[in-house]
Design a protein around this ligand. Sequence first.
Ligand code: COA
Length: 322
Amino acid sequence: MVYSRIAGTGSYLPEKILTNKDLESMVDTTDQWIRERTGIEQRHIAAEGETTCDLAEAASRKAIEAAGINVDDIDLIIVGTTTPDKVFPSTACLLQKRLGNRGAPAFDVQAVCTGFIYALSVADQFIRSGSAKTALVVGAETLSRIVDWKDRNTCVLFGDGAGAVILQASDQKGIESTHIGADGAYEDLLTVPVGISSGFERVQAGDAFIQMKGNEVFKMAVKTLGKVVDETLSANQLEKSDIDWLIPHQANTRIITATAKKLKMSMDHVVVTVQKHGNTSAASVPLALDAAVRSGQVKRGERLLLEAFGGGFTWGSALVIY
Ligand code: COA
């Protein structure tokens, strides 16, 4: 049996930090409100001219080094992102050029905050089927570019960053299963309602901003993530107690706590980085994973449940023996 095993992880956060205090001078908000409602204390913001591909490259180089592989070994590159550098080529192709890899298939996956889980799921299918042996899977975003910095309902939530993993074919257990889903009926609850083919003038005018019905998104996220957790456990005939670590999408501590409660997990076994990173969309799960690996929290052989929920709506999970 062939498994996809995580051989190395990496991440990168832009230098600039925007604190809740900084936001107090930008919109009508308070540090206390943001902490109480979201758990967020600060977020990183890409410098002017710093792009999603820049962040993805830095994270990928660290993952490649951690895995001890050569760039030429990579035979699949997938980038989960909603904030690509260009309409085309894809950020994955731009990343491939930067890294100096030639020939591997390279493409982006757009599933907003679930982008990394979707990308991981696709890469896992390639490896299990024998179509790839070494995949670079990245979640990278410069969400600050699509945030309306005058809208207090959204601007306090998001940040920039990138995380990456190298997946390698192995006969040792790695990814046990992935589960992804979507329901486009919820389009209007979380959206940037303009794009290339519908309203490019507004994109050019710099009017392409996130719009969100926060409260409704919150309820759907909690409900859907609860279902995803059940589906993942039952597909693998596992009990809640079989999970060593929950590595959730870092949107909001209240959503994270609700999922941990569902799993009857103590918060000591939940990786939480949202306070420092904010919601970095597709980058959030691989950023949290890398933080947990590098801090020594997560150890080889432990079972991880990764999960995410995002615009679309999209959702997904991955059960992984690290
Ligand atoms: N500072 C101060 N007040 C704010 C604020 C801010 N940054 N943002 C909103 N408010 C106000 C609202 O205007 C509202 O005021 P009103 O009662 O006078 O109308 C009040 O706070 C409560 O707003 P509400 O939306 O009910 O708050 P909430 O408890 O639902 O928290 C979120 C708001 C956005 C933090 C919460 O809904 C959330 O986290 N939702 C999920 C968002 C998310 O994770 N999206 C990405 C999913 S991948």
